[in-house]
Design a protein around this ligand. Structure first.
Ligand SMILES: [Zn+2]
Length: 404
């Protein structure tokens, strides 16, 4: 072993090589610092008196399948300028970390194509240590995204963990990046966002959200100029829920075995867009049979398909006529879920029509929500809430395998 190998292979420079030991399949290098080379870690003064040392061991890069560690007695010195006793700086490791910076870099490189679990197993360290390395890296890159450029955003809540725990997510609709993750849902969850947004000087023009009203007042109060759009993604989602409810009720009420059989398994067919029905699986035929059987289901289905045209109108005037017509037909249908839907849409009319002022939708949020769901299903998913939030902030950009 030479000092140049220490430097070139292990990223450790400026120390004397002392010895190498082999124990339990591990390679341990002991190094030492030249006592004449000690400085005060606070003020940098060389006018110091030796006050012993503290021995520490750092995990270092493996040699093939062998793990390696570096042992260094860290000198403690009394500084005559500061009048205090301190350990000298260790340039090859971050403060309070039990591994070298090159070990950290190597772990981060592996994390680009391996899960935390895999990297921990490969490097023969605990899961928590690798997680800590990734968490600090994610924090450095993503904890405080720039907000100045924000123009169009979407705000949405996602359910995480058990027992109705929620996070509130703000997305930049132009880049698809998540720019804020707040605890809980509703106005309170957004408070830290407004606090960071104000000094950024961002001029947000439009906000997409659902019709629940959870964020509406908060946005009105904090972004007076912004247009609120109750977006297509959420309207369709709400309608699909109503349609599922209706189908379930009908299934429950169906007395004939044959009717039950036809309704069974049609839920996904009802929610699919008509043009996506699979001919080969005879989805069209099966749906048609179910609709033939039940008039209210058929009416609801056709009104669902028809509502999609609201977002395909040539302009606001046409859209207004279309929406009002749709609401009238839904009201006149006599079907409870459709009447509820009509009432909701009528109450949010101007926010729905606002789409024709600023054509935004939370559509990109759907992909992100799906990724978050996958992360959540992981065994360690939500145990460390801050880590989970950082992973959401990083979802759009990071190359890390965030699940696992
Ligand atoms: Zn000093």
């Amino acid at each position: 072993m030479s000092t140049s190998l220490l430097y070139h292979a292990f990223g450790i420079r400026g120390y004397d090589y002392v010895r190498t030991e082999y124990s339990d399949g591990q390679v341990i290098f002991t190094i030492a610092q030249d006592p004449h080379d000690c400085r005060c870690s606070a003020c940098g003064s060389r006018d110091v008196i030796s006050r012993g040392h503290v021995e520490r061991q750092f995990r270092s890069l493996p040699i093939g399948s062998r793990t390696t560690s570096v042992v260094l007695p860290i000198p403690r010195v009394e500084c005559s300028a500061c009048g205090a006793v301190r350990q000298v700086k260790v340039p090859f490791a971050d403060p309070r970390r039990s591994y070298t910076k090159s070990f950290q870099r190597y772990a981060l490189e592996l994390l680009l194509c391996m899960t935390i679990q895999d990297v921990a197993r490969h490097l023969d360290v605990g899961w928590d240590l690798i997680k800590d390395i990734q968490k600090r890296d994610l924090s450095r890159r993503y904890a405080k995204p720039k907000l100045k450029h924000l123009r169009h955003i979407a705000i949405d809540e996602i359910a995480v963990g058990k027992g109705h725990r929620y996070l509130t997510v703000v997305m930049d609709l132009e880049s698809g990046a998540v720019v804020f993750v707040g605890d809980g849902k509703g106005a309170d969850a957004l408070k830290p966002f407004w606090k960071r947004l104000r000094p950024s000087g961002a001029k947000i023009e439009a906000v997409a959200m659902d019709m629940s009203g959870a964020y509406q007042a908060a946005v009105r109060a904090n972004l007076r100029e912004a247009v609120i759009v109750f977006d297509r993604f959420h309207v369709v989602k709400l309608f699909n829920e109503k349609l599922s409810d209706l189908r379930r009720d009908l299934y429950r009420e169906a007395t004939e075995v044959q009717h039950k059989a036809v309704l069974k398994g049609t839920r996904w067919l009802l929610l699919k867009n008509a043009e996506n029905l699979d001919e080969e699986k005879d989805e069209k035929g099966r749906l048609k049979e179910a609709l033939k059987l039940n008039e209210s289901l058929a009416t609801a289905y056709y009104l669902k398909e028809d509502l999609r045209r609201f977002w395909e109108q040539p302009g606001k005037r046409f859209a207004t006529t279309f929406l009002d017509g749709w609401i009238r037909r839904a009201e006149a249908s006599g079907i409870k879920v459709l009447q509820q839907m009509a009432k909701t849409l009528a109450a949010h009319r101007s926010g729905l029509l606002a789409y024709y002022d600023v054509m935004i939708s939370s559509g990109p949020m759907e992909g992100t929500n799906n990724k978050i769901k996958t992360m959540k299903r992981q065994a360690y998913g939500f145990r460390d809430r801050e880590f989970f939030k950082l992973k959401i902030l990083a979802i759009h950009e990071t190359k890390y395998a965030l699940v696992g």
